[in-house]
Write a new protein. Structure first.
Length: 185
């Protein structure tokens, strides 16, 4: 074998050796850091990966990127998902909601003619709570409920109603708080 052939042979062996499992770049995050990240993400689910990265960097003294934090949380079974935004119902509320339709299921069309169903929606200008992400495990969608926004800042309240004989106009309340007097008027 010539010198060039021998050199090529050794070079190929080195290349194959460096590609074996465990010979890649060393991980900057330890298993203790993984546990710390997991605990922080579970305790305060609304922290972003960037906030978690800066928190871990401050605790460990090593620079850690947002992508590394996201990857490590994904591998640990925590995924960034949009939260369910609603006010959770208590068991008493759920019973009351079932009681009302059962109580009124035998009503006649004339009785239903005196009922007005109303609905309102608020459109908030200041923040979009649907863009917020939380870290949670698969299958725990309703365990991580974020209570409804209190709508601080500018927004519009849109209200309307329907009945068997027609509907109301669409009302838009812009600015100011909706008091009971303003709502009634």
């Amino acid at each position: 074998m010539s010198c060039v052939g021998e050199l090529s042979y050794h070079y190929q062996r080195e290349q194959n050796a460096s590609r074996r499992r465990g010979y890649g770049r060393r991980r900057i995050i330890t298993t203790a850091d993984d546990r710390y990240l997991s605990q922080c993400a579970r305790r305060r689910r609304t922290l972003t990966a960037r906030q978690l990265a800066s928190q871990l960097s401050a605790a460990s003294g090593r620079p850690i990127s947002r992508q590394t934090v996201s990857r490590r949380l994904d591998e640990g079974g925590l995924f960034a998902r949009r939260p369910v935004v609603c006010v959770p119902l208590s068991p008493a509320h759920a019973r009351a909601r079932l009681h009302w339709p059962r109580e009124h299921r035998s009503w006649t069309p004339e009785q239903w003619g005196h009922v007005l169903f109303m609905n309102e929606s608020r459109f908030n200008i200041q923040n979009d709570s649907r863009r917020a992400m939380i870290y949670r495990e698969p299958g725990t969608r309703y365990r991580a409920i974020v209570e409804g926004d209190h709508y601080r800042g500018g927004g519009l309240l849109v209200w309307s109603g329907i009945a068997t004989n027609g509907r109301t106009d669409l009302y838009v309340f812009a600015g100011g708080s909706i008091t009971s007097v303003r709502y009634r008027d």
